[in-house]
Design a protein around this ligand. Structure first.
Ligand code: SF4
Ligand SMILES: [Zn+2]
Ligand SMILES: [Zn+2]
Length: 311
């Protein structure tokens, strides 16, 4: 299979675009699409700090490299990598080593917050204490909270996520299937700024996961291939499978889901009002009562195993 742009052998098939790309042309096409996403999602940025959520996996590593590249000629922009150590032993410690390596190589400041320090527990401990709850549900909530706190601490105007096209399509489908229009309206990339929340942008939102992976390999970025030991229980897995099968049967489905989401937002889904209240536990925006992060911590506490408990 030849590259659609040159005589080289292709390394990736892009059926949704009717194209094949060799390594150098994949790199160029990813660079072009990411640049267009930055323009589209973040058009009026005058300067300041941009935080990039960095886990050490392929997606966030590419997101950091792309952010540094995009702002390279803007001396008034400071890029800071921020990481959360959720406390999944044998996994996060490994990926964070790669994160440190990449940040060092790119000359970017790197800040890490540990869940055990910030909220007094870890995902491993909470998993043991709440065996009936899927770990990703509290892990994701706590990670988002700690990333937001850290992004605010470094004075970030925006928080860049390594969310790729597959992640986006899965999340859209999951929220649609659950009838959760609020979450569909609130999901990243954000179009507006809400009090207390650093807007999250997703410059890889147009890039399929496979191409992000191949980009990371072709560009020689250090990243970790490890999979979290709790990943098999993630509710998202079924949507990953469905999106993958739909894309295989009808190339372009992921892009179509993305367009559907954009069209719903254009037609006023969610409006701009954000969460109406403030969490009495931490002061974060919340629909009513405790935010989800504090609610999980409360469950841990009242379940007889305090947030401080554990090894
Ligand atoms: S797979 Fe689930 S538990 Fe593991 S790091 Fe991701 S969200 Fe957390
Ligand atoms: Zn080529
Ligand atoms: Zn709270």
């Amino acid at each position: 299979m030849r590259c659609s742009d040159c005589e080289r052998e292709a390394i990736v098939d892009q059926p949704y675009a009717g194209a094949h790309r060799c390594g150098p042309h994949l790199i160029r096409s990813v660079d072009d699409r990411v640049r267009a996403e930055f323009h589209r999602q973040f058009p009026r940025f005058r300067g300041g700090t941009i935080a990039v959520a960095l886990s050490g996996g392929k997606d966030s590593s590419v997101a950091l490299a792309q952010t540094v590249r995009y702002f390279a000629r803007r001396p008034n922009v400071r890029v800071v990598a921020i990481s959360v150590d959720e406390g999944v032993s044998g996994y996060r410690d490994r990926t964070l080593e790669r994160a440190r390596e990449l940040a060092g190589r790119l000359g970017v400041d790197h800040r890490v917050v540990r869940a055990s320090d910030a909220i007094g527990t870890t995902v491993d401990r909470a998993t043991e204490a709440m065996p009936g709850t899927i770990p990703c549900s509290f892990c994701g909530v706590w990670r988002r909270r700690l990333l937001n706190d850290l992004a605010r601490e470094v004075g970030a105007e925006a928080l860049v996520l390594g969310f790729n096209l597959d992640d986006l399509a899965q999340t859209i489908l999951m929220n649609l299937a659950r009838g959760d229009l609020d979450r569909l309206a609130r999901m990243a990339p954000h179009r507006s700024r809400q009090p207390g929340l650093v807007p999250r942008i997703a410059p890889l939102a147009a890039i399929p996961e496979r191409e992000v992976y191949l980009y990371a390999v072709e560009a020689g970025l250090p990243f970790d291939h490890a999979e979290c030991p709790h990943a098999a229980r993630a509710a998202r897995n079924v949507y990953r499978e469905v999106v993958w099968r739909l894309e295989e049967a009808v190339p372009g489905t992921r892009h179509a889901l993305r367009r559907t989401h954009a069209a719903l937002l254009d037609r006023g889904l969610g409006g701009d009002e954000g969460a109406p209240g403030v969490c009495p536990g931490c002061g974060a925006p919340a629909a009513s009562g405790l935010c989800r992060s504090c609610a999980y911590l409360e469950r841990l506490r009242t379940g007889g195993l305090g947030a401080e408990a554990g090894p």
